[in-house]
Design a protein around this ligand. Structure first.
Ligand SMILES: Cc1cc2nc3c(=O)[nH]c(=O)nc-3n(C[C@H](O)[C@H](O)[C@H](O)COP(=O)(O)O)c2cc1C
Length: 167
């Protein structure tokens, strides 16, 4: 797919088929995550690949809507803030790094015909406990990964006039 076509095609999918994600596709998506740029190339993140089979109740504790555990996989990006680059005014770039990794995952998945949805409104403590993450790891975002049951897309966006400032 053309790059801009991928960007236009990506939308939040909140209904999934149970069809499995091919291993080859997962491998491409994980490579896209691995190739994400990070501040000072610290690469202080982990991608958690969660098989939803038999885990639906646990997944509900992380994020309640049933569609969260509907796809065969859920991917989570965890920052390791202690390993991330920190600017000299003490701003830690861990969230930015993790967001870029998740965006690579999501755009690569779109390119492969798979559906995703950024999830930030999850229960942090439940995620850490159920995934067995220690305090050095901070889950930043999750996404289901699977085939969309239906394609619903409406790009409600502000106009460029509202979003861009020329100086
Ligand atoms: C950082 C971030 C966090 C989000 N968290 C959630 C979420 O917790 N639950 C949800 O259903 N959608 C979530 N979304 C999806 C947004 O609501 C969605 O991207 C936005 O409404 C635009 O729609 P589109 O993705 O279909 O273009 C999140 C998106 C981003 C970028």
């Amino acid at each position: 797919m053309e790059f801009l076509e991928v960007i236009k095609k990506r939308h939040s999918v909140r209904s999934y088929k149970p069809d499995p994600v091919e291993q080859e596709k997962l491998a491409v998506i994980l490579e896209a995550a691995m190739l994400a740029p990070t501040a000072a190339n610290r690469q202080a993140f982990k991608v958690i690949v969660i098989d939803t089979n038999g885990r639906k109740e646990d997944l509900k504790k992380i994020y309640n809507p049933a569609w969260f555990g509907e796809a065969p996989l859920v991917l989570g990006v965890c920052a390791i803030p202690g390993g991330c680059w920190v600017r000299n005014d003490k701003k830690n770039y861990s969230d930015v790094d993790a967001a870029i990794v998740m965006d690579h995952i999501i755009l690569a998945a779109t390119d492969l015909g798979l559906g995703t949805c950024w999830i930030a409104a999850f229960n942090l403590e439940a995620a850490k406990e159920l995934l067995g993450l220690d305090d050095t790891m901070e889950p930043v975002a999750f996404t289901p990964l699977g085939y969309a049951r239906e394609i619903t897309s409406s790009k409600a966006r502000k106009s460029l006039d509202e979003l861009v400032i020329y100086k």
